[in-house]
Design a protein around this ligand. Structure first.
Ligand SMILES: *Cc1c(COP(=O)(O)O)cnc(C)c1O
Length: 391
């Protein structure tokens, strides 16, 4: 079957160039980067080259980049690391209701240990109001964590305003940039970011590797102990080939970012336009400040999971609200935070495009989607009732 992948927010395929760059570090240059001999030095040098590429794309210094096992570890390290290193300064953290669980769960864990956490609401488009952040700050606030772009609805937050407030008040500012790193330009100095999380498999790199940007001078504690790797912030022998893969993916993204964004956004716009012509479909997230590849729609009175499964029968891969909440039954916390009813949240579909998608695939998706929708609606008593006006 001809399969079409439209779920790039969940993960992306590794680029062939990245696989090629990684290959020698799995066999030929297999040394442990901590070893003093030739094999070790080759590996260490490869890691440092990748570190330079990551630093470059962020406008940072290489010694501010720490490689870890992915986005989840990066978020955990930022939150626990800053909380533990600054417990004498204060025990209050400000974040939002729409963060990824990799931020929310560490915050909840800290609450059980005596920290206070403010989870700020967002408006209907998924935007945080920087004025709310200003108001939530107390003398005890040590960290503000606001994601760059939301993985479900694509809304991009006003990081510069938030970063400016954090800087004025001498509070650390962390952002989960897993959905934006190597997709849209980020300058950590311009945005006043102190800590930034990214993950290899979200930008055509390998899974199980990512990193945390940590501004020089940030007080942060490691939570893995037992080795001096990664500036003593992340013990354990490095994932050398993975890190090399991240470096290669970043290097390619630097060259192609602008053209790719334009290409993907043009497909997105076309798809949004066609979808909005179908009865009972609403676009979630912000109209302007959104990821170029994200489309999140509520389809009136049609179950999201049913749509995903029926589309999959036809070879099309999309997602309900979020890949992470897919397994748990409750409605997505992001969709309820933007004011969707449980019913609407369950009738939601996320389509996320990638650089390898073609216009013909978008056309095919539309054709199949309309069929699936008509079938599901025909079978839905609720929809039929509503349509006949008896509801
Ligand atoms: C995917 C994702 C993560 C988790 O990254 P992993 O590398 O899969 O652990 C965290 N935050 C956001 C916004 C994500 O999209």
């Amino acid at each position: 079957m001809n399969r079409i992948y439209l779920d790039h927010a969940a993960t992306t395929p590794i680029r062939p160039e990245v696989i090629e760059a990684m290959q020698p570090f799995l066999n030929q240059y297999f040394g442990n980067p901590s070893s003093l001999h030739h094999f070790g030095k080759e590996a260490l040098q490869a890691i440092n080259e990748a570190r330079e590429k990551v630093a470059h794309i962020l406008g940072a210094r290489p010694d501010e980049v720490v490689f870890v096992s992915g986005g989840t570890e990066s978020d955990n390290l930022a939150i626990f690391g800053v909380a533990h290193a600054n417990r004498d300064r204060g025990k209050h953290i400000i974040t939002t209701q729409i963060e990824h669980y990799a931020v929310l769960e560490p915050c909840r864990f800290l609450e059980r240990e005596g920290w206070k956490v403010t989870y700020l609401p967002v408006d209907r488009s998924g935007m945080v109001d920087p004025a709310d952040i200003r108001e939530a700050i107390t003398d005890d606030t040590i960290l503000i964590s606001v994601m760059h772009a939301n993985n479900e609805i694509g809304t991009i937050q006003p990081l510069k305003e938030i970063g400016t407030i954090a800087k004025e008040r001498n509070i650390y500012f962390h952002t989960d940039a897993v959905q934006t790193f190597s997709h849209i330009p980020i300058d950590v100095n311009e945005l006043h970011i102190d800590l930034l999380s990214f993950s290899g498999h979200k930008f055509y790199g390998p899974k199980g590797v990512g990193g945390l940007y940590v501004r020089k001078g940030t007080a942060i504690s490691p939570y893995l102990h037992g080795g001096y790797q990664e500036f003593k912030l992340r013990a354990g022998t490095e994932n050398v080939s993975g890190i090399v893969g991240v470096g290669k993916a970043v290097q390619l993204a630097m060259l192609e970012m602008d053209a790719q964004t334009a290409y993907i956004a043009s497909m997105r716009d076309k798809l949004v336009k066609s979808l909005s012509e179908i009865e009972g479909i609403r676009l979630n997230g912000h109209q302007l400040h959104r990821l170029p590849n994200n489309i999140n729609i509520t389809v009136d009175l049609v179950d999201g999971e049913a749509m995903v499964i029926h589309l999959d029968f036809k070879g099309i891969a999309v997602s309900t609200g979020s890949s992470c909440t897919g397994a748990t039954k409750g409605p997505s916390h992001v969709l309820t935070a933007i004011g969707l009813s449980y019913e609407d949240a369950r009738s939601t579909l996320r389509i996320t495009l990638g650089k390898n998608n073609r216009e013909s695939e978008i056309d095919y998706f539309l054709e199949v989607f309309k069929d699936v929708l008509n079938n599901l609606r025909r079978m839905s008593p609720v929809y039929q009732e509503k349509k006949s006006g008896s509801r």
